[in-house]
Design a protein around this ligand. Structure first.
Ligand SMILES: [Zn+2]
Length: 266
C-alpha cells in the first residue's frame, strides 16, 4: 500500500501531501489538497527522488513529500495544521493525509539506529528503515489506545480532560500499556481516571488518529459499580449525562462522537 522509491509520471495528475515543519500544504479548492502534475510543482522538484506513494484518491495517486524544516516559496496554497484538513475534507482523504503524516514523522525520527547510533537506510520492499551496521530494523510506530463509552440506564459517563478546549466533554481514553490486552486496558483506564467499575465490554470499531500515531480502539460498556472520582491529572471533571441533556461533545467524524451516538442509539 505504501510505496517508497516511486517512479514519478511527470505528466500524470496526482494528489500531493507536502509537509513543512508540522504543517501541510493546502489549497482553497475542495478537497483542500493540490491536484497537479509533478511538472506543475517545480518548487519541490529537488524532493522528487524521495516521494512516497501513500494511497489513491479518486483514481489519482497520492504522493507525500516531506520538506522537513524547509519552507519553499510557492504560489499554489498555504501551509496549515493537519487538523484543519480534518474539518474540511471527507474521511477517506483525511485518512490518507493522516497516513502520510505518520510516514513523514517515522522517517524524521528514525534517521539513526536506536541500538548503535549509526545512520539508518530505507528498505526498498517495505516501509521500514534498517541499520547497515547492526541490522536493527524499525517500522512506523503505531500506539494502540482504547476509548470507551460507558452507559448507565439512560445516562452516559463523559469527562473533561485537562487538554479539552471549549468546555468539551468526551469519552474516556488512554494508551495500552506493555503486556496488557485491550480489555484490560479499558478496565484499568476507567478505574484510574474515574474510579468506576464497568462490565459488558463490546468492541465497537477503530480509527487511526495521527496526533501523533495512535490507533484508537473503541468499546461500548455498561456501568457496574462505584462512585465517580476523577483522578485530577488527566481528567478534571466527569459526570453522568442524560441522553437528552448532553454537554458539548466531539464531532461525529471522530470515534468519540460515534461512540456517544451508538450509546444513545442502543
Ligand atoms: Zn545499529
Amino acid at each position: 500500500m505504501i510505496k517508497q522509491n516511486v517512479k514519478l509520471q511527470i505528466e500524470q495528475p496526482a494528489w500531493w501531501l507536502i509537509f513543512s515543519g508540522n504543517q501541510l500544504l493546502q489549497v482553497t479548492n475542495s478537497p483542500a489538497l493540490p491536484h497537479r502534475t509533478a511538472k506543475q510543482l517545480d518548487f519541490v522538484s529537488e524532493y522528487f527522488e524521495q516521494v512516497i506513494e501513500v494511497g489513491h484518491y479518486q483514481q489519482s495517486p497520492c504522493y507525500m513529500i516531506d520538506m522537513g524544516a524547509e519552507i519553499a516559496e510557492q504560489q499554489i496554497g498555504e501551509f496549515f495544521g493537519l487538523r484543519d484538513l480534518l474539518i474540511e475534507s471527507d474521511q477517506e482523504l483525511f485518512n490518507i493525509a493522516a497516513r502520510a503524516w505518520q510516514v513523514a514523522l517515522f522517517l524524521r525520527t528514525h534517521r539513526y539506529c536506536g541500538q548503535c547510533g549509526h545512520a539508518t537506510q530505507r528498505i526498498d520492499w517495505e516501509l521500514a528503515v534498517q541499520c547497515p551496521t547492526c541490522q536493527h530494523r524499525c517500522y512506523p510506530r503505531i500506539s494502540p489506545c482504547i476509548i470507551v463509552a460507558i452507559r448507565h440506564n439512560n445516562k452516559i459517563l463523559l469527562a473533561q480532560g485537562r487538554h479539552h478546549k471549549n468546555d468539551m466533554y468526551s469519552t474516556l481514553a488512554g494508551f495500552v500499556e506493555s503486556g496488557e490486552s485491550l480489555e484490560q486496558a479499558v478496565h484499568r483506564e476507567v478505574m484510574e481516571e474515574v474510579g468506576v467499575e464497568i462490565h459488558n465490554l463490546r468492541y465497537f470499531n477503530s480509527q487511526p488518529w495521527p496526533f501523533p500515531h495512535s490507533l484508537m480502539m473503541g468499546y461500548l460498556a455498561d456501568y457496574k459499580s462505584g462512585e465517580i472520582k476523577v483522578d485530577g491529572h488527566e481528567i478534571i471533571k466527569a459526570d453522568w449525562f442524560d441522553f437528552n441533556n448532553l454537554p458539548l461533545t466531539p464531532a461525529p467524524y471522530s470515534i468519540a462522537g460515534q461512540l456517544i451516538q451508538a450509546t444513545i442509539d442502543q
